[in-house]
Design a protein around this ligand. Sequence first.
Ligand SMILES: O=C(O)CCC(=O)C(=O)O
Length: 307
Amino acid sequence: MTDIVHLPANATPDDVCAVIDDQGGVIVDRVLDADTLARLEAELTPYLDACATGRNEFAGFRTKRVGALLARSETCRELAVHPLVNSAAAQYLEPYCDALQLHFTQAVSIGRGEGAQPLHRDRGVWGSTLNRSVETQFSTIWALTDFTHANGATRFVPGSHRWDKDRHPTPEEIRFAEMAPGSVLLYNGTVLHGGGENTTERERTGVLIHYTLNWLRQEENQYLSCPPDVAHDLTPKLRSLIGYSLGGPVLGFYSTPGPPGTGVELARPETLFDRSAPPSPTLDGERFYDPVSDEAMASTATGGSDR
Ligand SMILES: O=C(O)CCC(=O)C(=O)O
């Protein structure tokens, strides 16, 4: 059984994707500098201090979790568009979508005395109907503190993304994502993992930022966690990543609520922030659906289109 592979901070997206393909995940060491870590701590600690611990085995009874990180933390915005992560995520998920979207943000602080979180596959949030041939997710856990076996480093089962769904790991097959502050664990949506047991006196804190295919429902509702008045202050790139952009040719268009004739119709989300954004040809009906050819229509009794 292999240990979790570590790569240096100058690793390329190809390096990252190759290991994730093989093992289900990889650690890139010491990506963030001390200043960035200090800013993350200053921005997130007030939210973690103010929040209650979880109330079930999965969320943990001594673990604190806070979301809406793009609205709440300027530095988390930098993490969300980190070049290595974005390039590797886009490359890894490219066979299944034409763009990424942000799926989930959460700071997770595992408190002393917390037990191990059940091992799980993140793709479970979409239920079991989505075929395994579609990889759904590219996930990151940024270490803000040391991650050690003793303090709750993420448990991780290398290679389990290729296992049969019902195969359970033996204790010897479970590894621990031990890493220094500023390092990041990158993994797919199919590999088994979970928070570790914390037997130390101090919290283990990580920032989870996950990405998914731009046509799947996001786990954290970004339009509520980061509503338009907050998204207004983000860069166009971040807004697009959150979901204020079309997913594929047409998913996510909008029309303005309000009195007749006062707003926009069938607009791309970017129009909300920039009225001069060009209209979308697909929304004007040019390629709104895949039309059925006359020959295909003639060969069926009923005809019709499945878009
Ligand atoms: O915090 C961790 O180490 C992992 C947490 C996790 O996988 C989850 O909450 O789904």
